[in-house]
Design a binder for this molecule. Structure first.
Ligand SMILES: *[C@@H]1O[C@H](CO)[C@@H](O)[C@H](O)[C@H]1NC(C)=O
Ligand SMILES: *[C@@H]1O[C@H](CO)[C@@H](O)[C@H](O)[C@H]1NC(C)=O
Ligand SMILES: *[C@@H]1O[C@H](CO)[C@@H](O)[C@H](O)[C@H]1NC(C)=O
Ligand SMILES: *[C@@H]1O[C@H](CO)[C@@H](O)[C@H](O)[C@H]1NC(C)=O
Ligand SMILES: *[C@@H]1O[C@H](CO)[C@@H](O)[C@H](O)[C@H]1NC(C)=O
Ligand SMILES: *[C@@H]1O[C@H](CO)[C@@H](O)[C@H](O)[C@H]1NC(C)=O
Ligand SMILES: *[C@@H]1O[C@H](CO)[C@@H](O)[C@H](O)[C@H]1NC(C)=O
Ligand SMILES: *[C@@H]1O[C@H](CO)[C@@H](O)[C@H](O)[C@H]1NC(C)=O
Ligand SMILES: *[C@@H]1O[C@H](CO)[C@@H](O)[C@H](O)[C@H]1NC(C)=O
Length: 857
């Protein structure tokens, strides 16, 4: 059976091949006075290529060109008369006795190789696709070859570049359109100014892409060239010397057919024949960051999932459309070099190659001695390359790429002496910190024993305090603040250190010890001190001083559980203070225990609790400060929402989902948030979302049970229907709030105040309606540009709608949500109509108002 199928397949292929080569073959060569007309053709010896007239438009007009005949594919790799088409029924290709090859249409010359005076010339089509004209066989001198006159396709053996003895540039010019071979808009050519590299230009002037200089095995801008299986089959090479500069590919093994095309829509693409069809192996420009100078000068472009971001090189600051400029002036003699890793080297148009300097050290030596040398890099056979201007068209790669060394003022690095000083401060702090850990454990053990033996814990604490003093802990730590203080000051000095962590080779110790991840680890370790029973408590006077006595200027906002103020402690640490509005039934000790439990919840998507303050009736929480405030300030604001592109929004949704999953499942407390809404999602300086106010519901309701019936705490618009109507809450009510949040993030509109003139629906109803009508994308925020991937967004909208299903059992768990966000194809659970809570015109309802409205029922 299989054999029969194979046989049929071979038959079909053979028939197709026969169809493709219809016409009379004159073999692979044409002798003097020979001619080709109509459907006559030359076929290369191995049957790979054919030369003949082809019908481009089906109108009877066409071109003389070279095409593949095996594989069966009409791809034209070369065209003789690309400027002017000819009448296929009257055209002839004639080779004269003196070796001039000309194309005639009705006797009029359309194209020619130019005159020559050879004897017994021969025209031959080779299996490489090269059409060669030689002065008599064998070993006649070459008169002309098609490889010297590329069109839009680069075949193995062809050279792209410039020959300095003639100054002829062999370049690719795209077709005008996929059916019109006349010269189009895109050029792929060798640039010889400065250090050679290849550029793609539109209309031969505007640069739209460049490959970057050749480094080792490939172009700096296309790391894919080097570490792919194709490198085993093809020899990519780049030659630059006094005779010229050129880029070529050659077969290592003839087991692959390959061609590279400058296509009509501005992509340089490489195609490989995989035995059954052509596959697009790579193309450039591939993403936003490939576009020439996308980020301007001295900025690095970084590809993100569906978009890109620009950031200044360290030591440079953003000057808007001007690019980035140096923050500190250079002083020449004392400057140092910052290593920028895994990037595409900047435009080499104005760069200089020092090919005799073949080591990094020699290169740095030269550059540091010449004050106008602003950057250097090692670039393969070009040796040391130096730049004396701005770095233009930089991008980063996740793997591969080259290293650039950028000149910066020495003060950007922090001198080595100050490093020692920081080490001198950091080390004792670290030791002190370890000691504190031990003390914490000791205290815990002591307390346990103390309770058994009926000793007052406070006595123990004071004795530990004395021990601490005996051990000469830094003086800044006083009384109860010692744990919190030591953590925060240690972290700050760590942060300062990481700022100086520029050059991995120079300051190796700092990069090993203190990169941001280690700092996080460190925070986690700091948290483990808290676990052992201590949560910093602050004096009311300290907090009052930090928040300017809770002044209106310091007020950040008002949440369901009270007002939030920003503040700064005396040591400079910035904090947020939450003043709880309602007093729980708990006494100070219970309250503190509860807080300690909550302080132990540590996750990158949860806001960290730093400490508390309980004095009299006052209950204050001290939280980490979040630079970008809360999500509601972004999504509902026309001017700020443009800052959230699709990728950012998706990252925020994923972050919230992970934080919530941790609260629901992965923490030891298993907490239901109960008041999830945009104002409770805070954003750090990198726009990472962190859930705040988690566990506060727990403080207010000391006895928390799943499915308990209590007074609803929450915010209208985000509350699940069963919670709103009968006060039943569960993990699934958080899932509901999460779903509302997702739809709000996507649409940029509030669920409550959503008002579509003709429909009396809220956001959820509107989203469902659009979904059913297949118009889901219409719900998207206008601020989103069109670069978003529709399938991904549809997946997200669907997930959001699934979360707001009327019945809690129809909603997914957070674990399922996280899985849906991670996987390409999700099981399609049927969607039902979500709850349509009537739109409320009452605006922001605090939990107090709600509990008053509903609790009495
Ligand atoms: C060109 O194509 C048209 C339409 O397909 C066909 O009628 C015509 O005979 C072709 N001419 C040649 C020379 O192949
Ligand atoms: C085609 O036309 C362009 C200008 O339109 C000219 O520069 C080029 O030399 C022509 N090519 C041939 C092969 O005649
Ligand atoms: C090609 O030439 C033939 C014979 O001269 C003529 O009949 C035909 O119309 C021409 N075709 C085109 C497209 O010019
Ligand atoms: C080209 O060759 C053809 C066929 O041999 C012949 O009829 C024609 O006259 C030649 N044309 C020229 C210009 O030599
Ligand atoms: C090629 O161009 C360079 C620079 O434009 C010039 O110096 C050189 O003389 C040219 N060579 C020829 C053979 O024209
Ligand atoms: C690759 O091509 C270059 C230039 O043609 C040549 O010098 C080199 O030896 C070739 N390498 C291999 C492995 O074929
Ligand atoms: C050019 O190449 C790109 C990428 O391979 C492809 O998406 C596009 O359709 C091509 N355009 C043309 C006109 O062939
Ligand atoms: C190279 O120098 C020229 C002349 O100063 C300038 O116009 C051009 O922008 C520079 N190119 C780059 C990539 O910096
Ligand atoms: C320093 O570099 C600039 C730019 O590369 C170059 O023009 C100049 O000749 C160099 N000076 C010395 C002394 O090498």
């Amino acid at each position: 059976m299989a054999t029969l199928q194979l046989f049929l397949l071979v038959e079909a292929l053979a028939a197709a091949a026969a169809a493709a080569v219809v016409g009379q073959s004159a073999g692979d060569s044409l002798a003097a006075n020979g001619a080709i007309a109509g459907n006559q053709m030359l076929i290369s010896e191995g049957g790979v290529f054919q030369l003949g007239f082809f019908n481009s438009s089906g109108s009877g007009n066409g071109y003389l060109g070279i095409r593949y005949c095996k594989p069966v594919d009409p791809s034209v790799v070369w065209v003789a008369n690309r400027n002017k088409s000819l009448n296929l029924s009257t055209a002839t290709l004639n080779l004269t006795a003196d070796g001039t090859l000309s194309l005639f249409d009705n006797g009029i010359i359309i194209w020619s190789t130019g005159t020559s005076s050879a004897i017994n010339p021969v025209l031959q089509l080779l299996d490489s696709g090269n059409l060669v004209l030689t002065a008599g066989k064998p070993n006649g001198a070459s008169l002309w070859q098609s490889f010297d006159h590329p069109c839009d396709t680069l075949l193995p053996g062809m050279k792209l570049g410039v020959d300095y003895s003639t100054n002829i540039s062999r370049q690719l010019v795209s077709w005008k359109s996929p059916t019109d071979p006349s010269p189009g808009d895109y050029f792929f050519k060798m640039e010889t100014r400065g250090v050679p590299e290849i550029s793609m230009r539109r209309s031969s002037s505007e640069k739209i892409y460049r490959t970057g200089p050749w480094t080792n095995q490939g172009f700096s801008g296309n790391p894919k060239m080097e570490d792919s299986e194709i490198a085993n089959k093809l020899n990519f090479s780049f030659v630059s010397n006094q005779d010229g500069v050129c880029y070529t590919t050659e077969y290592k093994k003839k087991s692959l057919l390959t061609r590279a095309v400058m296509n009509a829509s501005g992509r340089f693409e490489r195609w490989n024949w995989d035995g059954g069809s052509w596959s697009n192996f790579w193309h450039v420009p591939e993403d936003d960051c490939d576009e020439y100078a996308r980020c301007g000068s001295n900025r690095i472009c970084t590809k993100e999932y569906y978009s890109y971001s620009c950031s200044c090189i360290k030591g440079f600051e953003d000057q808007g459309s001007l690019g980035c400029e140096r923050t500190k002036p250079l002083s020449c003699s004392s400057d140092r070099f910052l290593k920028v890793q895994s990037i595409k080297l900047p435009d080499t148009e104005n760069a200089t190659a020092h090919s005799t300097k073949t080591t990094l050290a020699a290169c740095e030596d030269w550059c540091s001695k010449n004050c106008s040398c602003l950057a250097y890099a090692m670039a393969g056979l070009s040796g040391c390359v130096t730049w004396s201007g701005d770095s233009v068209d930089l991008r980063s790669f996740t793997s591969g790429g080259d290293d650039l060394y950028v000149r910066l003022a020495a003060s950007e690095f922090g001198s080595s002496r100050s490093n020692e000083r920081e080490l001198a401060i950091g080390l004792p702090l670290l030791l002190g910190f370890l000691l504190l850990c031990c003390l914490g454990l000791l205290l815990l053990w002591w307390r346990k024993r103390g309770k058994k033996q009926g000793i007052l814990a406070t006595d123990l604490e004071s004795s530990v305090k004395e021990t601490g003093l005996l051990l000469d802990l830094p003086k800044v730590m006083d009384k109860d603040e010692r744990f919190g203080q030591s953590n925060s000051s240690a972290c700050e000095s760590l942060q300062q250190l990481s700022k100086t962590d520029f050059d991995a080779s120079e300051q190796h110790w700092s990069s090993i010890m203190i990169n941001s991840e280690n700092a996080n680890l460190h925070n986690e370790r700091a948290a483990s001190v808290n676990i052992s029973g201590a949560l910093s408590s602050f004096d009311l006077s300290t907090i009052k001083a930090a928040t300017n006595d809770f002044s209106a200027d310091n007020k950040l906002g008002e949440g369901g559980f009270g007002a939030v103020y920003k503040g700064q402690l005396q040591d400079g640490q910035r904090i947020a203070v939450k003043k709880l509005s309602r007093h729980s039934s708990q006494g100070p000790d219970e309250f503190k225990n509860e807080l300690t439990l909550i302080a132990n919840l540590q996750h990158r998507n949860l806001v960290r609790l730093l400490g508390s303050c309980i004095e009299g009736d006052e209950r204050l929480l001290v939280l980490e400060c979040m630079e970008n405030r809360s999500l509601d300030a972004f999504i509902y604001d026309k001017t700020k929402s443009v800052l959230l592109n699709w990728q950012k929004r998706l990252d925020i949704i994923v972050g919230i989902a992970r934080g919530l999953l941790y609260l629901h499942q992965d923490s030891n407390l298993r907490i239901i948030h109960r008041d999830l809404k945009p104002s409770n999602i805070l954003l750090d300086k990198d726009m990472n979302p962190k859930i705040s106010d988690f566990g506060i519901a727990r403080i207010f309701e000391s006895e928390v049970h799943e499915n308990a019936t209590t007074r609803p705490i929450g915010t209208l618009g985000y509350m699940a229907p069963e919670y709103l109507t009968s006060g039943i809450f569960s993990f699934k009510s958080d899932v509901f709030s999460f779903g509302v949040l997702v739809l709000e993030i996507l649409s940029g509109k509030r669920n409550r105040v959503f008002n579509q003139a003709d429909i009396c629906l809220n956001l959820l109803g509107h989203a469902y309606k659009l979904w059913k009508e297949g118009r889901s994308l219409e719900i998207l925020d206008d601020a989103l540009d069109c670069s978003y991937p529709a399938t991904e967004i549809l997946r997200c909208i669907r997930m959001g709608l699934l979360c707001v299903q009327e019945h809690s059992e129809d909603r997914p768990t957070m674990a399922e949500v996280v899985m849906m966000l991670a996987s390409e194809d999700q099981q399609l659970t049927p969607l039902k109509q979500p709850t349509i809570t009537l739109a409320s015109s009452e605006g922001d309802l605090s939990s107090k108002e709600i509990s008053v409205t509903i609790a009495g029922r």
